[in-house]
Each structure stands twice: as structure tokens, then as C-alpha cells.
Write a protein that binds this ligand. Structure first.
Ligand code: 5AD
Ligand code: SF4
Length: 468
């Protein structure tokens, strides 16, 4: 049996694409292997969002070249494939910098992997076509055994690409224009996942709340309508979606957080910065107050919602005063978690040409300060749950024997002590302690509502505590 090792960098969509590529290669007789050593095919599924992510790819490729050379000395022909957004953005440059690479395949061309691999046996091959010749329509359905091996939570790409053109971002260039999969195709995939035990789905897209796919009635459906449909699938207990743009949060989507018990009280809604001057320079097309008002509406619909964001510090021209506005926004909203990054100039994006780059040391200082505030609010959100009872979906064995690990509706990791093999159960858990990365709890003694969709016990909203 031939083996393939797939390593994905970057976002959730790469995780999804990596699984789809595993499914395609599975049909070609490849079994997945967890390490590159000994593999016949090694596939790096790459990320181009920041320069550091790109550097990682070249470092990794250096190591893979050594493995390839060593395996060749033992008579094994190893092939190296670079897929994902670096493949799309750098194309031929990859094989120039690392000649050991046999095939470069972009994110919209990987459904052609079998023929491209065939071609790559004769000559080095590149396919970075962007037009979507319905990649999704060509992907094989995952086998039940593969679904079960991946666990009870799954990502499902429903939308790809972005038309927003934020000044710092490569996504519109690497993933192309917005594209929404038709509802029927998505439903077939989710029904199949559910039939093999998946209970928790995250609908993903670079700008997922701009979803506008062809509905089952032939009309255009938005994300809220799609989620109503997904909620009807037997076995699907939890639905999330990521990543969203503030300007695409429509009334129906906000209402879905109130009306659909399967839609989890969690929202990743990047704001990027708190200063209107920076938001304008970033071409975000919303102000900090627009965001505040939007959050208010979301919290009115779902008061206990856990909010999450992305932030960029050191965007060109960012002054101390601009940065303070970001800190102010973070303290006001009280995010349950957030990602934060130093600005990284990306070739081809408008911001890369700006000459007002913030010095590296200042960026470091700002990032540290921001991360300290984000961490403070994360801890506050987690600690607010101590003493409360929440539904935990148990997903896997825990860190220590006798422990199972799962997630709250707010996407926090929880460890509980239990002898029983309850993976896949939704149990009521009393949270006893908040560690730095996980919550710890025990099963509630009241008859629990396994399989039920009863109301969740909400944590206190940390921003209210902190604003006091
Ligand atoms: N530099 C730093 N961070 C970036 N992001 C996107 N592009 C850049 C860049 N050039 C961040 C944004 C986005 C997240 C996925 O990555 O915060 O929301
Ligand atoms: Fe990039 Fe998101 Fe802006 Fe689109 S909305 S350009 S994916 S940061």
C-alpha cells in the first residue's frame, strides 16, 4: 500500500482541504501516515497569510528534501507536493527555491491531484488555475471509516474566496473571488457526516457570512437560511460558522443565534483594530462604533454569546493613540478569546506599498500589551463559568487516564473525570475550576439531558463585570 503524509498549516479551510485531498488520494490507494519518514508522497498544505507562515514552508521543505534524498538512497522514490495558498501565490518560485518539489497545486485545482501526480512523474508540474471549475463537484465523498477516524466535530467549507479586499490581506488573490457552494451539495455532505457520527459542524469560508448559495428552491439562500436547513439534519446538535465580516452580519443571522438551539452561542467576528483612522486605511468599510452597535444587537439576541476577534497591530501609520483605541475596544467588548498578529506586509496587497511601517520593536511592545488584555478577558470569561452547569459534548479521551475531553457551547475545552466511555455524549457538567487552557468539571448529579436541547446556563458576560 502506498502512503501519504499530509501536513496542513494555517486556517480551518486548510484542515478541510487537507481532508479532502486525503479522500482523493485514498481513492488512488494511498493510506495516510502521521509522519513524513517513509511516506511515498508528502503533501504540504500551505498558508500565505503572513510572511512567517511562508518561511515555515521553506524551512519544512528543506527537511523534506533531506528525507527524500535519504529514502532514494534506499530505493524509495518519494514525491513532494506543495498545495494551498503559498502554491497559489508563489507558483514556479517554489520549485526554483526548492527543486525537490515535484508538484505545485493551488487551492482551486486540487481535485485534479490524480492526473497532476501522473503528469508530475514525467516532469515538474504546476497548476494554479483560479477559476472554479466546480472543484467541489469533483471531490469524492469521504468514506464512513475516514469520517469516524476524524471524530465527531467536522469543518464543512460552504464558501470560498473574498471580495472585500482589506488592504493587508492576500486572501482575495490566493483564494479568488467569493464563491458559495449550492445548498444541495452542502446538505449531501453534512448528511453523510451525520450518518457517520458527526454531531458538531462548523460551516467555514473566508467570508462565510457573505454566503449566497443556490438554495433547494432554486433561489439564493443566505447563511441563516442554510443554518436552518442544517439544523434539521438528524444528529447535528451543534452548528458554528467562521469567519465573518461585520458588514455581512444580517438580521436573519443574528436572529438565528436566538431562534436555533443548534446554533452555538459563539461568534468569531474579526474587527482588526479599534481606531477609525486605521479601519479606513485597512479598507474595512466599518467604524469601531459600527462594530460596537453590531455587538449590542448580537448580545440582545443572545446575551451569553462568546465573542472572538482577530486583531492586527502595527498596520502602517498606526500611532500610539490609534493603538489605544484598539485596547479600549478590547476592554469594552470583553472578548472570550481572540487572535492577534503583528502586521506583515504581503506582496501584491495595497498596504505593502505604504511607507509608514511601524518599527518592529514598537510592534512587539503593542502586541504584548494587546495579548495581555486579550488573555485577561479570556480568563475572566472562563472564570465566570466556574460553579455553573453547562452542556459539554465529549469528543475524545483526555490528557490523563480516566479523563474525557470535550467542549462547551462557548468553544472552551473541558476535561472531566469519568470511568464511562461517553465519547459522543452531551452531558451536563458542573465547572469546578478554570485552568489556563481548559476548564475542569464533573458530571452534574441531576438527571442529565443527554440528547436534549434544553436551555443552557449562561455565564455572566465578562464585559459587564469589567465595565463596572
Ligand atoms: N498581517 C498580519 N495579519 C494579517 N491577517 C491577515 N493578513 C494579515 C497581514 N498581512 C490576519 C487578520 C485576519 C487573520 C486571519 O489574519 O487579522 O483576520
Ligand atoms: Fe482578508 Fe477577511 Fe478582509 Fe476578506 S474580509 S480581505 S479574507 S481580512
Amino acid at each position: 500500500m502506498k502512503t501519504v503524509h499530509i501536513k496542513s498549516f494555517g486556517c480551518q479551510m486548510n484542515v478541510y482541504d487537507g481532508q479532502r485531498m486525503a479522500d482523493i488520494l485514498g481513492e488512488q490507494g494511498y493510506a495516510e501516515t502521521p509522519t513524513p519518514e517513509g511516506a511515498d508522497l508528502i503533501l504540504l498544505n500551505t498558508c500565505h497569510i503572513r510572511e512567517r507562515a511562508v518561511q515555515k514552508v521553506y524551512t519544512e521543505l528543506g527537511k523534506l528534501r533531506d528525507i527524500k534524498t535519504a529514502q532514494l538512497a534506499n530505493g524509495q522514490h518519494t514525491r513532494i507536493v506543495v498545495a494551498g495558498c503559498v502554491a497559489q501565490a508563489e507558483g514556479a518560485e517554489i520549485q526554483r527555491r526548492q527543486p525537490a518539489v515535484d508538484l505545485v497545486v493551488g487551492p482551486q485545482a486540487y481535485h485534479r491531484l490524480p492526473e497532476l501526480l501522473e503528469q508530475a512523474q514525467r516532469r515538474r508540474t504546476i497548476d494554479t488555475d483560479l477559476p472554479i471549475d466546480d472543484k467541489f463537484g469533483h471531490l469524492p465523498a469521504p468514506k464512513p471509516a475516514a469520517i469516524r477516524a476524524r471524530g465527531i466535530s467536522a469543518f464543512v467549507t460552504v464558501q470560498e474566496g473574498c471580495d472585500k479586499f482589506c488592504a493587508f490581506c492576500v486572501v482575495p488573490y490566493t483564494r479568488g473571488a467569493e464563491f458559495s457552494r449550492p445548498v444541495a451539495q452542502i446538505m449531501t455532505e453534512i448528511e453523510r457526516l451525520a450518518a457517520s457520527g458527526v454531531q458538531d459542524v462548523t460551516l467555514i469560508g473566508q467570508n462565510v457570512n457573505a454566503y449566497h448559495g443556490e438554495g433547494q428552491d432554486g433561489r439564493v439562500w443566505g447563511l441563516a437560511r442554510l443554518m436552518h436547513r442544517v439544523a434539521e439534519v438528524p444528529g447535528i446538535a451543534r452548528i458554528r460558522y467562521s469567519t465573518s465580516h461585520p458588514n455581512d452580519m444580517d438580521e436573519d443571522l443574528i436572529a438565528a443565534h436566538r431562534d436555533l438551539p443548534q446554533v452555538m452561542p459563539f461568534l468569531h467576528l474579526p474587527v482588526q483594530a479599534g481606531s477609525d483612522r486605521m479601519l479606513a486605511a485597512m479598507n474595512r468599510k466599518h467604524t469601531a462604533d459600527d462594530y460596537r452597535r453590531l455587538i449590542e444587537r448580537v448580545r440582545t439576541a443572545r446575551p451569553d454569546i462568546a465573542l472572538s476577534s482577530d486583531f492586527i497591530v502595527g498596520f502602517p501609520g498606526e500611532s500610539d493613540a490609534d493603538f489605544e483605541e484598539t485596547i479600549r475596544l478590547v476592554d469594552e467588548i470583553g472578548f472570550a478569546s481572540s487572535y492577534s498578529f503583528k502586521y506583515s506586509p504581503r506582496p501584491g496587497t495595497p498596504a505593502a506599498d505604504l511607507h509608514t511601517q511601524v518599527p518592529a520593536a514598537l510592534m512587539d511592545e503593542r502586541l504584548q500589551r494587546l495579548q495581555a488584555r486579550i488573555e485577561h478577558h479570556r480568563q475572566a470569561f472562563n472564570h465566570a463559568l466556574v460553579g455553573r452547569t453547562v452542556e459539554v459534548l465529549l469528543e475524545r479521551v483526555g490528557r490523563h487516564p480516566g479523563q474525557l475531553a470535550g467542549k462547551t457551547p462557548y468553544l472552551q475545552a473541558v476535561q472531566i473525570e469519568t470511568e464511562a466511555n461517553q465519547i459522543g455524549d452531551r452531558v451536563q457538567v458542573v465547572i469546578e475550576r478554570a485552568g489556563s487552557n481548559s476548564l475542569f468539571g464533573r458530571k452534574a448529579e441531576v438527571p442529565d439531558s443527554v440528547g436534549g436541547d434544553g436551555p443552557l446556563t449562561a455565564p455572566q458576560t465578562p464585559s459587564k463585570e469589567l465595565a463596572a
